[in-house]
Design a protein around this ligand. Structure first.
Ligand code: Z5A
Length: 211
């Protein structure tokens, strides 16, 4: 395989449970990178602005019901909808900092009765594979100090525990564990080092896909 001649952007995914602070960190690092003339874009899944995203929004807000399988496939379709734009941006040199991705898709759906991890992962095959996955975790004590849950479908303590277990089942040794029990600034320092390092080492490697 020929190495890319033009440096591409890195594809970096932030994963973790509700209230771990990953959205705050993802937005913060994108702002920092752009201020330093490193073209970067914040992306989050589910993207509630698209047509599938509107169905997802209604589902999460419990306005509609869907079978577990149908819900799962719509979350996946929501990623496929963005795939052409994402791949293009990355190959043109924009770093993508992505708040939740396929791993949330698998970890949340597989926390439901009768949904298994390999079935859940199948529709993700072929999507761009991130250059780094940062898993934000909070211990129970720290979590209890954060603001309470909202009232969306998955914002229930027992369910979130199963999701956390699933993240630990699906992660491999390339994932980076982030102890999210830190203030926003200190967490930002940790995130910045990892992101800068990932951008550096991914520049001339072809973007991979999930197999
Ligand atoms: N889902 C799925 O089922 N299948 C899929 O394929 C995908 C997702 C992609 C909606 O996602 C739901 O969809 C989600 C997973 C499921 N269900 N749940 N739970 P979403 O992305 O729209 O929403 P979310 O991820 O749950 O919420 P969030 O707001 O993105 O969580 P966060 O990343 O932790 O958010 P935050 O805004 O950064 O922080 C939360 C609060 O803590 C906030 O008040 C902050 O001001 C505060 N905060 C942030 N950092 C700190 C620190 N360091 N210390 C103290 N307090 C802090």
């Amino acid at each position: 395989i020929m190495a890319n001649k033009i440096p591409r952007g890195a594809f970096i995914v932030f994963e973790g449970c509700d209230r771990s602070g990953k959205t705050t960190q993802a937005k913060k690092i994108v702002e920092y990178l752009n201020e330093h003339n490193v073209p970067s874009q914040f992306v989050n899944f589910p993207d509630r602005t698209t047509s599938t995203g509107q169905v997802i929004n209604d589902y999460l807000r419990k306005k509609i019901e869907l079978s577990d399988q149908a819900a799962h496939l719509i979350f996946s379709a929501n990623r496929w909808e963005r795939e052409p734009t994402l791949t293009k941006l990355i190959n043109q040199g924009t770093n993508i900092i992505c708040d939740r991705y396929s791993f949330s898709g698998v970890a949340f759906s597989a926390a439901k009765e009768g949904m298994d991890i390999s079935w859940c992962f199948a529709p993700e095959k072929g999507l761009p594979k991130p250059d780094a996955v940062l898993l934000f975790s909070l211990n129970e004590e720290a979590l209890s100090k954060r603001e309470g849950f909202g009232d969306e479908r998955y914002e229930v303590s027992d369910f979130q525990k199963k999701v956390a277990e699933n993240f630990n089942k699906i992660k491999d040794n390339t994932w980076i564990d982030i102890d999210a029990d830190k203030d926003i600034e200190s967490l930002g320092v940790v995130v910045k080092d990892i992101v800068m390092d990932t951008i550096q080492r991914s520049q001339y490697k072809p973007l991979e896909k999930f197999v």
